[in-house]
Design a binder for this molecule. Structure first.
Ligand code: 4GS
Length: 248
């Protein structure tokens, strides 16, 4: 999977490409991240990428032309590499809220390009002409789209077959089954007078699986009842799950 990212701060992406699971995915060429700085597509000596807003008000606006030339550069690179350009995504609070399902779905649409805004805003004409999809990581305002882009690429990269090592599994992750994760424990068996639940020490695999499923259901019902509704509506709950939920 190839990602192309338009950003004024390409160095930030080493946080994604140099560390941990995502770093390994890049190293093994399971994913690649190509960084594009709009400053490299400016025609003026000052390399201007922003200007004041028409209509006044505080804050600068990113100009359409350097961004559009950068996106055009990405398409040329895709053509040269003989690959299909996927959607161009803008990271913005007005976008659709990103989710685990979207991470899995976007993995199948092919190569993705992200546009990371800085400053107050982006000229709307760039958005109208070039952006296919607006995505958000939540209802808050960040100073740039770089962290949301990295969050989304992280969520997608770890779903690529082979990205997770032995003993790590995306299928077992919280949310892959539509529910919150169950509690986890490791050594020591007693920590500050607190013991590990007995069932986890017994080695009875079916009982352990039941306990974990019930903890997931219990936690999800308590903390995120909306997720129970969605899981039910999408057929992710069994008869036993429903029976257990009624018992709570
Ligand atoms: C988000 C967000 C965001 C909006 C980028 C103001 C700089 C900033 N992007 N989810 N301009 N929340 N973007 O706050 O995705």
């Amino acid at each position: 999977m190839r990602f192309d990212v338009v950003t004024l701060f390409p160095e930030m992406f080493s946080a994604l490409t140099q560390w941990g699971v995502t770093g390994r995915a890049c190293e093994q060429s399971l994913a690649s991240v190509h960084l594009w700085n709009p400053r490299d597509f400016c025609s003026d000596a000052r390399k201007t990428v922003d200007d004041r807003a028409y209509g006044g008000g505080p804050g600068m606006v990113m100009m359409a032309k350097p961004l559009e030339d950068t996106v055009a550069g990405i398409h040329v690179a895709h053509q040269a590499a003989g690959i299909k350009s996927g959607p161009v995504c803008l990271l913005a609070p007005q976008g659709e809220q990103f989710s685990q399902k979207m991470a899995a779905d976007l993995l199948n649409v092919g190569n993705l390009s992200f546009v990371c805004g800085r400053y107050e805003a982006i000229d709307q004409r760039f958005v109208d002409r070039n952006v296919d999809l607006q995505l958000s990581i939540g209802d808050f305002v960040l100073s740039g789209g770089e962290i949301p882009a990295m969050a989304m690429m992280d969520a997608m990269m770890r779903l690529i077959p082979g990205a997770l090592g032995d003993g790590e599994s995306a299928a077992q992750d919280s949310f892959m089954n539509g529910l919150l994760d169950f509690p986890h424990y490791t050594r020591p068996e007693i920590y500050e007078n607190l013991s590990v639940p007995d069932v986890l020490l017994g080695g009875h695999h079916a009982k352990i699986a039941d306990w974990r499923r019930q903890k997931s259901l219990e936690l999800t019902l308590r903390l995120r009842p909306d997720l129970i509704e969605t899981a039910r509506a999408t057929g992710l709950l069994t008869q036993e799950d429903e029976q257990f939920l009624r018992s709570l």
